[in-house]
Design a protein. Structure first.
Length: 320
């Protein structure tokens, strides 16, 4: 034997504080609460006599008809429905429909509606925002990753996986990121991560190892991510490969060192003077050639050490 669910008393409609409607067995609205009339911006004469399905927007009328069929067959309904009030924007309601039973026979249905438009709109905005962020995250040319406060990896984009030469981010998810950082740079990396976890922005140049144990120079800019309560739950970092730039800097530094060593230790006398002819550098050879200590000449005007007959000639050469 099938037991029909208990239904609200007919007095429920009059006492209802929310939006309530009563349908007959044809799905036609016979009664409506004052709150529902206000919500739909209609009076009772306009609403009663209408099919409940006509309240739904065109795209959801088939769904509304399915709800009516179920409840009039004795099956309670719980769901969402988009309505189109007169002279108002589309509204979304949380809908509960239960059979109305008279003398053991289904004689209609009670409909209880709750406006959830704002919640649905906010959820959609959040979803759209998440979709946009996901698209940016997955298509960014630079390495983007999320680290938990404990240093474990929460997420990493394809560009990061490519630099680390990891086939699938599932191999990294939930695991410490620190082992990828060069041992000599790990203290600085930990300091940067702690700084970001305290709510500050930070950046760092450091070395990482990929899965083939190759060393890459990278530059990271990181910011904290907070939840709706303001609590930091992760750090977001954007990292770019600067290996080529770093190699060029190192090679330039080595070349400068080599050049300076050759000049400094050479037998030729070499001066570096500024635009006002003050000596800024002189090779040690000056001591053997001119008898001056190099430190004595620094900061003095070069012309003070030239023969009077040669000053014009030297300046003419310098101006070329």
């Amino acid at each position: 034997m099938t037991h029909m669910p208990a239904t609200p008393s007919p007095l429920a409609l009059a006492k209802a504080k929310g939006m309530v409607a009563v349908l007959n067995t044809n799905g036609i609205i016979t009664k409506a609460s004052h709150q529902l009339l206000q919500f739909l911006t209609v009076d009772e004469e306009e609403l009663t006599g209408q099919f409940f399905t006509h309240l739904a927007i065109a795209d959801e009328r088939e769904k509304a008809a399915g709800f009516c069929n179920d409840v009039l067959a004795g099956i309670p309904v719980f769901g969402y429905l988009a309505l189109q009030p007169i002279d108002a924007q589309k509204k979304v309601v949380n809908l509960t429909m239960v059979p109305l039973i008279t003398d053991g026979i289904i004689s209609g249905a009670y409909c209880f509606l709750k406006d959830v438009t704002e919640t649905v709109v906010n959820n959609k905005k959040n979803h759209d925002s998440e979709q946009r962020l996901s698209a940016i995250f997955n298509t960014a040319l630079e390495w983007v990753q999320l680290l938990l406060p404990d240093g474990n990896l929460l997420d990493i984009n394809p560009a990061g996986l490519e630099l680390l030469e990891i086939a699938d981010k599932k191999l990294l998810a939930g695991k410490p990121f620190l082992p990828f950082v060069h041992a000599e740079d790990q203290p600085q990396f930990v300091q940067m991560h702690q700084q970001v976890c305290s709510g500050k922005k930070a950046s760092l140049q450091y070395r990482v190892h990929n899965s083939r144990h190759q060393t890459l120079w990278v530059e990271t800019n990181a910011v904290p991510l907070t939840d709706k309560y303001g609590k930091i739950y992760a750090t977001l970092s954007v990292t770019r490969d600067i290996s080529q730039k770093k190699r060029a800097e190192i090679n330039l530094h080595l070349s400068e060192q080599k050049f300076r060593s050759l000049v400094h230790n050479g037998s030729d006398l070499t001066f570096v003077i500024d635009e006002n002819a003050f000596v800024r550098y002189v090779t040690p050879a000056v001591q053997h050639i001119a008898g001056y200590e190099p430190e004595y000449l620094l900061g003095k005007q070069a012309i003070s050490f030239l023969h009077a007959d040669d000053i014009k000639l030297v300046f003419a050469e310098l101006q070329k």
